[in-house]
Write a protein that binds this ligand. Structure first.
Ligand code: ADP
Length: 376
């Protein structure tokens, strides 16, 4: 059993600042959890506290139900894989993988078996005699994983393990880690600032900012229901469009008024939760993929946009345009690959407002409403 529980866990540094503060989180046995957030938000500090490499200033940390606040790293039965691999350059792949076991006094036969099994799992069989200097980045990363696997830890802690790899290898290793998790069935905590990794790899993501956990949940649930503006923008490329507006209530309709010439209607099914904000400022959140170049449904809302640029990505075109006349705001829309419009032209686009979110302009928090199903 290796559930990992953090109860009001904080890390205060010698200079009096906090790396993380009052983190509450329960990671289930066998779960694959991602810590996601911008650089400096406290992801590594949290991971390092779980590993025992960073001391806990207050709160309680339990692994497998046992409080480990004062347990040495080597007695926690967790393995850390670092971004820089931390391999011994003068040792062969075999020796790198065997080293930890040797230090623990494991017999040679058992070491050989375990290294062979891990090498098999990771496709390293033919590289066992090589030194790290003669390996590619991806192969080195596999050796670092192999070194963790041979220890048969209850939990794997992965600290940005893919960030030194090029885009293609990253995509391959992403998939390999997911497969590895399935095969090993062990708890994994993976730290990243890459939202694609976060969306695709884990059972659950924990989004962090300024030493706090802002939101946790299944990736698509969080994507469909961001708790605030920060999560909404962080979890998408291009980021969610955030449009300052007034929420007005007239003729029994609820309308997001962007400026005197531009508005979009709120879908009637969302009137009830949103009407309390009528008559005041609001920030409307519209995802780039909820804006279309044609009106497939009558309820989609037409907007006029002045084209600033069209980024042709092959599979799609990302339009960057200005919405509203008085104080135009820049928005982005993911449009079909056949879309084209010249710079400075005005185009009509259509917004599917059902997944639109309204955020409190002052606090940035999403105005509560029944959650959207994942994928919506
Ligand atoms: P992340 O992994 O999300 O990039 P970290 O957990 O490494 O962030 O760091 C969180 C915050 O704590 C950062 O602002 C960092 O500068 C700060 N920090 C990390 N280690 C120390 C330390 N030993 N003393 C003071 N501040 C630190």
């Amino acid at each position: 059993m290796a559930s990992i529980e953090l109860e009001r866990v904080s890390r205060r540094f010698a200079n009096g600042t906090y790396g993380v503060r009052d983190i509450d989180l329960k990671i289930e046995d066998g779960e694959f959890v991602i810590f996601l957030g911008p650089s400096g938000c406290g992801k590594s500090t949290t991971l390092r506290m779980i590993a025992g490499l960073e001391s806990i200033s207050s709160g309680d940390l339990r692994i497998g139900g046992r409080s480990v606040n004062n347990v040495a790293p080597r007695d926690r039965n967790v393995a850390v894989v670092f971004q820089n691999y931390a391999l011994y350059p003068h040792m062969s792949v075999w020796h790198n993988m065997a080293f930890g076991l040797k230090m623990r006094g494991v017999g040679l036969e058992e070491i050989d078996q375990k290294v062979a099994k891990a090498a098999d799992l990771l496709g390293l069989n033919l590289l066992l005699q090589r030194k790290p200097g003669a390996l590619s980045g991806g192969q080195r990363q596999r050796v670092a994983l192999g070194r963790a696997i041979v220890r048969e830890p209850e939990a794997f802690l992965l600290d940005e393990p893919l960030s030194n790899l090029d885009a293609q290898l990253r995509a391959e290793m992403r998939l390999e880690l997911v497969k590895l998790h399935r095969r090993l069935g062990r708890t994994m905590v993976h730290v990243t600032h890459d939202q694609v990794e976060a969306m695709t790899m884990g059972d659950r993501i924990c989004i962090m900012r300024d030493g706090q956990m802002i939101q946790t949940g299944r990736p698509l649930d969080v994507y469909a229901n961001p708790a605030d503006i920060f999560v909404a923008r962080f979890l998408a490329t291009p980021p969610m469009n955030l449009i300052p507006a007034q929420l007005t209530h007239a003729d029994d309709k609820l309308v997001v008024q962007i400026d005197p010439t531009t508005h979009v209607g709120v879908p009637p099914k969302h009137y009830a939760p949103y009407v309390q904000k009528a008559g005041g400022p609001i920030t409307a959140g519209i995802r780039a993929e909820d804006i279309y170049e044609t009106q497939a449904r009558p309820e989609w809302q037409r907007i006029s946009v002045k084209v600033v640029a069209v980024e042709a990505l092959g599979a799609e075109n990302v339009l960057i345009g200005l919405l509203g006349r008085d104080k135009p705001i820049e928005i982005q829309a993911r449009l079909g690959r056949h879309f084209f419009a010249p710079v400075d032209s005005i185009v009509d686009l259509y917004v599917d407002t059902e997944p639109m979110h309204l955020f409190d302009t002052e606090t940035g928090k999403a105005v509560a409403r029944p959650p959207l199903p994942a994928g919506r």
